[in-house]
Design a binder for this molecule. Structure first.
Ligand code: ZN
Length: 148
């Protein structure tokens, strides 16, 4: 198991140092800000949703390694997925982090790298911040696609 957690650790460090999908999104329909006061993590998620699918997304912000890595992994995991699939993925991810048995039909893929966070309850909010912000963005009022 320790080899596996080493791999996971490398993945988290890699994503925290070189976050994927980081920056402003040129064409976006939804966005939301998230803040984790316990740790000081802050981020904004931008989405381009078309026909109930997350066509593209990016995030900006600053925070601890866990929050940045989780946001990076989240954007990779949900890009191109339907809102329904994203909902299921968030549920499974949340279950893993809170020590529940996730739905076996929802493969977590690289998100599983963060499963070790479940052992550190105070860091769970760091790992779920990007997901809660994603959810808030999905539920925010859609704005016409803008180009900056
Ligand atoms: Zn944090």
């Amino acid at each position: 198991m320790s080899e596996l957690s080493d791999l996971y650790q490398e993945l988290i460090i890699d994503h925290s140092k070189r976050p994927r999908n980081f920056g402003q999104l040129d064409s976006k329909t939804h966005h939301a800000d998230g803040h984790n006061p316990l740790c000081g993590d802050k981020l904004t998620v931008f989405l381009l949703i078309q026909e109930d699918r997350i066509v593209d997304l990016k995030f900006v912000g600053s925070g601890c390694a866990i929050s940045t890595a989780s946001a990076s992994l989240m954007t990779d995991a949900v890009k191109g997925k339907s809102l329904k699939a994203v909902e299921h993925l968030f549920q499974a991810f949340h279950d893993v982090l809170t020590g529940k048995e996730p739905d076996a039909n929802v493969p977590l893929g690289k998100l599983g790298a963060l499963s070790g966070v479940a052992e550190f309850p105070v860091r769970v909010k760091c790992a779920t911040l990007s997901w809660h912000t994603l959810k808030a963005a999905i539920q925010s009022e859609a704005k016409p696609t803008t180009t900056e």
